[in-house]
Design a protein around this ligand. Structure first.
Ligand SMILES: CC(C)(COP(=O)(O)OP(=O)(O)OC[C@H]1O[C@@H](n2cnc3c(N)ncnc32)[C@H](O)[C@@H]1OP(=O)(O)O)[C@@H](O)C(=O)NCCC(=O)NCCS
Length: 177
């Protein structure tokens, strides 16, 4: 069983009970503003997402963690690792990503979970490099990247949607855990 505890969070694999709270997060246009074409995802699409995320865990030995508040057990979203298949030019690569419900922004949870995820990537999975891909306007996401010590490495365009993308990267051998 993979479970990581941080001072305020539990990072774990997905349970059936996560579907409804994750679908609520995916249904919020502000959460989805910078993701793909900005469209929200309904319950069915979220169920497909969670199934895919669990498959990635089984196939790769890493994936997107369900992130839960230690104090209340509430699901606040995901933070974790994935292979960015949508952007072939950066492959092979492992990407760190995050998506939290709006009511959980601004409390340092994304950074806390992301820090633990990079430790997991290095110490448990032996990865030496992790990237993160975002749209240039997504300041909140780039703020997390910079705080982790990630640096912008490449500008490109989304192969499907055609919008600009910025790729950040970190050499985990220099990551101060
Ligand atoms: C991207 C996203 C996860 C960032 O979340 P966030 O809450 O802004 O990120 P952080 O966890 O770093 O918290 C930020 C702020 O919390 C505040 N904060 C409050 N308590 C804190 C604590 N105990 N520790 C640290 N920060 C704390 C700080 O002010 C910090 O801001 P600062 O870095 O400017 O000082 C969130 O905006 C999101 O889910 N967006 C929608 C999905 C998305 O766009 N995903 C990325 C696609 S590329």
């Amino acid at each position: 069983m993979i479970e990581i505890r941080t001072p305020r969070l539990i990072l774990r694999r997905w349970h059936d009970d996560d579907l409804v709270p994750m679908a609520d997060i995916n249904a919020d246009p502000r959460v989805m503003e910078w993701i793909r074409d900005g469209s929200v995802r309904d319950l069915e699409a979220t169920a497909d997402d969670i199934e895919r995320w669990e498959e990635e865990w089984d196939e790769e030995g890493f994936g997107l963690f369900a992130v839960e508040l230690l104090a209340s057990g509430e699901l606040i979203g995901f933070v974790g690792l994935s292979v960015p298949e949508f952007l072939p030019e950066v492959l092979p690569a492992v990407e760190i990503g995050w998506r939290l419900g709006q009511q959980f922004w601004g409390q340092g949870y994304a950074s806390e979970a992301a820090h633990a995820t990079l430790e997991f990537a290095l110490q448990d999975r032996g990865l030496d490099r992790v990237i993160s891909i975002t749209r240039p306007g997504n300041e909140a996401s780039q703020n997390v990247m910079r705080k982790l010590g990630m640096e912008p490495e490449r500008e490109t365009t989304h192969p499907v949607y055609g919008h600009a993308l910025t790729v950040y990267a970190i050499d985990l051998t220099e990551f101060a855990a």
